[in-house]
Design a protein around this ligand. Structure first.
Ligand code: UD1
Ligand code: CA
Length: 469
């Protein structure tokens, strides 16, 4: 049996270059806060417990992360003063008392890190006899990073920070990615011996590498520089987001989803999509969405926190927000489903139809130009063009309830609260203020009058006036 695994994720830094009132690790990237990614990868690679070290805006970070990882073994350690990365890791010790396995150390601002790289790190560490293993990479520009010092036989001997490095050391292209795994007992002991005798007056975590090298071999996993890069400012946030987006898109395509123009498709991390679904250009699917299989999402549509059932077609330029759409529905083009919309199987909601807190039951249709708010619409209803639920009296919202098989003629206003019974028929152009019993006809409009020959007479009068001028 392998010894247990824990992780410490550093999230205490201020992120000055973000120029933001929000802590850096809370900035969203593809629908999740930055720190969500390394914490998730830690759990995915087998950590039984994860400690997030917080400091700047610590209470917000704690609130957001404990909600995101509810029910999972995520603890928080507060680093009161940012005295360096070594001090930050030491702050986590109290959360891991009695823990005797290996500790992964990750940075909270590294969103592209994969569980595969962590798994590789864990396995080389377990295969080695040394107390520590680490990730390195060779970025195109090593400026600013800690350099990996190797001695005879390319043996890792330590890390020197850029600011402390000699001109010769600065020529080293292999850098410290800031990701490590270490034996817990070694780690806590080594951290106690750190001193701030360096260019930045900080307690450098990197100093433990030389201490580990004195005890045994420090093995290294070399990663793609793009995978282990952090985020320092908003330009870097956007660059990481681009790579992450491409990675998410590729994952869906491999799983059987067609993206007609992946370059313009934005799918958040939390989105699930079934196979044989086709997504058009310029589509955004954000938040926690669940898209079924055999679905078509048309060009320019925007879906947020919504569920779309199997075989449904969302035609171009539709907007769905916190909506639940059943299977085999037709939505759009140009439909707007607002929060609380529920469409049962086979419902049609067409162009320029807006729904809010409204359920349409099986097979009902509202094909053109309507506003349906705070409404419960039975099965098999037909809602004519221009129908409006008048749900708001200026103070309160009221319900409109339709039974099954109701026909609402075009240009009808349903003044809520109002109930229309099963199978009732409302004539076009009606303003309905009273309940309509089942199977009845409701008609509320001025009776039509006919004046024979009126139009012809009028034309003659007008022509006469003109010739007299
Ligand atoms: C660190 C490494 C460097 C490596 C680089 C990779 C050290 C001393 N240097 O440098 O070798 O190449 O990462 O990106 O570790 N933090 C805290 N509390 C603190 C200080 C930092 O939580 O007191 C957090 C920061 O929020 C940040 C991370 O630790 O997320 C890294 O700290 P930073 O000071 O930026 O180290 P680097 O200069 O990036
Ligand atoms: Ca950094």
């Amino acid at each position: 049996m392998n010894p247990p695994l824990a992780a410490v994720v550093l999230c205490a830094g201020k992120g000055t270059r973000m120029e933001s009132v929000t802590a850096k690790v809370l900035h969203p990237i593809l629908g999740r806060p930055l720190a969500w990614y390394p914490i998730t990868r830690a759990f995915e690679s087998g950590c039984q417990q994860v400690v997030a070290v917080i400091g700047h805006q610590g209470e917000q970070v704690r609130a957001t992360m404990s909600k995101a990882f509810e029910g999972q073994a995520l603890a928080f350690a507060v680093q009161e003063q940012q005295r360096g990365t070594g001090d930050a890791v030491a702050a986590a010790r109290g959360c891991l008392t009695g823990f005797t396995g290996a500790v992964l150390i990750l940075m909270g601002d590294v969103p592209l890190l994969t569980a595969e790289t962590l798994t590789r790190l864990v396995s080389v560490y377990r295969a080695s006899k040394g107390p520590l293993a680490m990730v390195t990479c060779k970025p195109p520009d090593a400026t600013g990073y800690g350099r990996v010092l190797r001695g005879a036989g390319r043996r890792v001997e330590g890390i020197v920070e850029h600011k402390d490095a000699t001109p010769e050391q600065r020529l080293i292209t292999e850098i410290n990615a800031g990701l490590y795994i270490a034996d817990a007992r070694f780690l806590w002991g080594a951290l106690e011996t750190l001193t701030p005798a360096n260019a930045q007056g900080e307690l450098y975590l990197t100093d433990i590498v030389a201490k580990a090298a004195a005890l045994g071999e420090v093995v290294v996993v070399e990663a793609d520089a793009r995978e282990v890069e952090g985020v320092n400012d908003r330009a870097e946030l956007a660059e990481r987001a681009e790579l992450l987006r491409a990675r998410i898109n590729r994952r869906h395509m491999k799983a059987g989803v067609s993206l007609q123009h992946p370059q313009s498709t934005f799918i958040d991390e939390g989105v699930e999509i079934g196979p044989d679904t086709v997504i058009g250009p310029n589509v955004t699917i954000s938040g926690e969405c669940e898209i079924g299989s055999g679905v078509v999402i048309g060009q320019g549509s925007v879906l947020t926190h919504s569920t779309i059932g199997d075989g449904t077609e969302v035609k171009p330029y539709s907007v769905c927000e916190e909506a639940v759409v059943g299977p085999r529905c037709h939505v759009g083009p140009f439909a707007r489903l607002r929060p609380g919309t529920v469409l049962d199987e086979g419902v049609h909601v067409g162009n320029f139809v807006e729904t809010k807190k409204t359920r349409l039951k099986k097979g009902s249709k509202a094909n053109h130009l309507a506003y349906l708010g705070d409404a419960e619409i039975g099965a098999g209803c037909n809602i004519g063009a221009g129908t409006i639920t008048c749900n708001y009296d200026g103070v309160d919202k009221h319900q409109t309830v339709l039974g099954d098989g109701v026909f609402i003629g075009s240009d009808t206003q349903l003044v809520a609260p109002v109930t229309i019974g099963d199978g009732a028929f409302v004539a076009a152009g009606s303003t309905i203020t009273e309940n309509v019993p089942a199977q009845a006809l409701a008609l509320s409009r001025a009776p039509q009058t006919i004046k024979e020959g009126w139009a012809e007479r009028r034309r003659k009068v007008l022509a006469g006036l003109k010739s007299n001028r």
